[in-house]
Design a protein around this ligand. Structure first.
Ligand SMILES: NC(=O)c1ccc[n+]([C@@H]2O[C@H](COP(=O)([O-])OP(=O)(O)OC[C@H]3O[C@@H](n4cnc5c(N)ncnc54)[C@H](OP(=O)(O)O)[C@@H]3O)[C@@H](O)[C@H]2O)c1
Length: 333
């Protein structure tokens, strides 16, 4: 697999990462089986993927514990990317960016992951109660202490940013926060949603990263599974699946967005055995050499398929066709 570089710390990774979240969080819990997930992580590593993206809050904690079981045996094959700063409560998820919490959270993640160092330690969300420089300063001390190799910052979702910000630019809040933390310690990676149907990051966030040599981890690059063409409109989701409440996953919107999947399928057909999922990931890879998609899956065959996206090289005609696809519709529009 092609290698890419994450940020100022110049950390090398396979171009396609693995998002580990679906193994323990966000998608139908009834399908989350520890042993199958272990096989998925091994399948990804065997296919040239190195970047494994997790967070202490996925599970909570069980996702890191799962990865620890693989890392114990294969630490040298992997690039460990985890996150701190969000706590799962009884009814809400709350931010905690207090320096004391961040330092304890890092020690706990190291124990669960069964490793001595985290390659990329990301702030999952800035805590509105704590100046972000204070949180980032504590994270920088973890680099100095040798517990972490580089720091990353997760963007607020584009819609949340639009609601919180002045209303003009997408990702405005995130960029303001990034400018502040850069004064304290270099940002090596930014993580935010980027996919064929969520292109907001292309406007300001991706260029911000490129201009500063910062890596970009593309979250949800498969549109929460929609862009793979394997989901049936009206098929329904389990109550604990985020898509059961997601404005693009009502039966009506899933039907309305079918032209996007049809376009990906047309492009895939021109590439022999390529799948719409691989075309969706190849498009993300085309957005810059600093971009690393982290498709999430709990299934070994999909981890292998996603890793294979690296071999799908889109032509100018493909890119023009994908650019011309209609924008995604959702029930909030
Ligand atoms: N920083 C943040 O705030 C944030 C937010 C969201 C996500 N993330 C990160 O980004 C990663 C990716 O996001 P995501 O997992 O939510 O969304 P995604 O990668 O867009 O899509 C994941 C979904 O696609 C399905 N899938 C994966 N590969 C497939 C294939 N080849 N064919 C058919 N279906 C396939 C998965 O099914 P199965 O689950 O059944 O395998 C899963 O339901 C996460 O794992 C996490 O690491 C970060």
């Amino acid at each position: 697999m092609e290698r890419r570089t994450i940020g100022a710390a110049a950390l090398g990774v396979g171009a396609v990462g693995l998002g580990c979240m679906p193994m323990s969080w966000a998608y139908s819990a009834s399908e989350q089986h520890g042993e199958g997930s272990l096989r998925t992580v091994h399948a990804a590593l065997d296919s040239g993927t190195t970047l494994l993206d997790t967070a202490d809050m996925y599970g909570p904690f069980t996702n890191e514990l799962l990865l620890g079981r693989v890392l114990r045996e294969r630490r040298h094959d992997a690039f460990v990317s985890t996150k701190c700063g969000l706590l799962v409560g009884e009814t809400h998820i709350v931010a905690n960016g207090r320096p004391r919490h961040v330092k304890r959270a890092c020690d706990a993640s190291l124990r669960r992951l069964q490793t001595e160092v985290i390659d990329l330690y990301q702030l999952h969300r800035a805590d509105p109660e704590v100046p972000v420089e204070e949180t980032w300063g504590a994270m920088a001390e973890l680099v100095t202490a040798g517990k972490v190799r580089a720091l990353g910052f997760c963007a607020v979702g584009a819609r949340a940013d639009r609601r919180a910000g002045s209303g003009s630019g997408i990702h405005e809040t995130t960029i303001r926060q990034l400018e502040r933390v850069q004064q304290v310690f270099p940002v090596s990676g930014v993580q935010a949603e980027l996919s064929v149907w969520s292109r907001e990051a292309l406007r300001t966030l991706l260029p911000w990263c490129e201009a500063r040599g910062v890596g970009f981890l593309a979250a949800m690059p498969l549109g929460n599974g929609y862009l793979t063409g394997t989901l049936t409109p009206g098929g329904g989701f389990e109550a604990d699946d985020v898509r059961a409440r997601h404005p693009r996953f009502t039966a009506e919107m899933m039907a309305a967005n079918q032209p996007i999947v049809a376009g990906l399928r047309r492009v895939a057909q021109r590439h022999g055995s390529a799948t719409p999922a691989q075309v969706a990931l190849a498009w993300v890879l085309e957005q810059g050499r600093h971009v690393v998609p982290v498709p999430g899956t709990k299934k070994p065959h999909w981890a292998r398929e996603n890793a294979g996206a690296d071999a799908v090289v889109l032509t100018a005609e493909d890119l023009t066709e994908i650019s011309a696809l209609p924008p995604a519709r959702d029930s909030w529009d």
